[in-house]
Design a protein around this ligand. Structure first.
Ligand code: RTP
Ligand code: MG
Length: 141
C-alpha cells in the first residue's frame, strides 16, 4: 500500500447542483483526506493548460467551454492508493457506463457534464496538483 495524493475537481455541473458536500462526504467515508481545497472560476487559458494533453481530441473545445461555464472546487486528496481509490469513487467517464453508487452514476448528466475530474496516475497527479496549488497550500506543510 502506498500513501498517495491525487487532484480532484468537482466540475461546474456538480457545483451548480449543490452536491459539493455529498461528494466530499464520499471521499471522507472512503478514507481520503482533503489536504488542500479552493473554489475557482477557471479562465479559458487555465482550462486549456490543464487539459493540454487532450488538445488534439475532437472534444477539446467542448471540454474547455464546459469547464469555464461556472466555478469548480479543486482539492487534493490524500490516502492509501488515493489515485485509484478516487477513480473508483468517480466511476466511468461516461455516466451511462458508470457503476451504480459511483459519483458519476449518481450526479453526472453526460460524458461532457460528468461531475468530477480525477488524476489518472501518480505522476500526472503531481503535475496537476502543482498546476493549482503552491506547496505551502497543501497540508500538513
Ligand atoms: P477526467 O480527466 O475529467 O477525470 O475524466 P477521465 O479521465 O475519465 O476522461 P478523459 O479521457 O481524461 O477525458 C477528459 C474529459 O473529457 C471529456 N470527454 N468527452 N465526448 C467524448 O468522447 C469525451 N471523452 C472525454 C469528459 O468530460 C472527460 O471527463
Ligand atoms: Mg483524465
Amino acid at each position: 500500500m502506498a500513501l498517495e495524493r491525487t487532484l480532484s475537481i468537482i466540475k461546474p455541473d456538480a457545483v451548480a447542483k449543490n452536491v459539493i458536500g455529498e461528494i466530499y462526504a464520499r471521499f471522507e467515508k472512503a478514507g481520503l483526506k482533503i489536504v488542500a481545497a479552493k473554489m475557482k472560476h477557471l479562465s479559458r487559458k487555465e482550462a486549456e493548460g490543464f487539459y493540454a494533453v487532450h488538445k488534439e481530441r475532437p472534444f477539446f473545445n467542448a471540454l474547455v467551454e464546459f469547464m469555464i461555464s461556472g466555478p469548480v472546487v479543486i482539492s487534493v486528496l490524500q490516502g492509501e492508493n488515493a489515485v485509484l481509490a478516487h477513480r473508483e469513487l468517480m466511476g466511468a467517464t461516461n455516466p451511462k457506463e458508470a457503476k451504480p453508487g459511483t459519483i458519476r452514476a449518481d450526479f453526472a448528466e453526460s460524458i461532457d457534464a460528468n461531475a468530477v475530474h480525477g488524476s489518472d496516475a501518480t505522476e500526472t497527479a503531481k503535475v496537476e496538483i502543482a498546476y493549482f496549488f503552491a506547496e505551502t497550500e497543501v497540508f500538513p506543510r
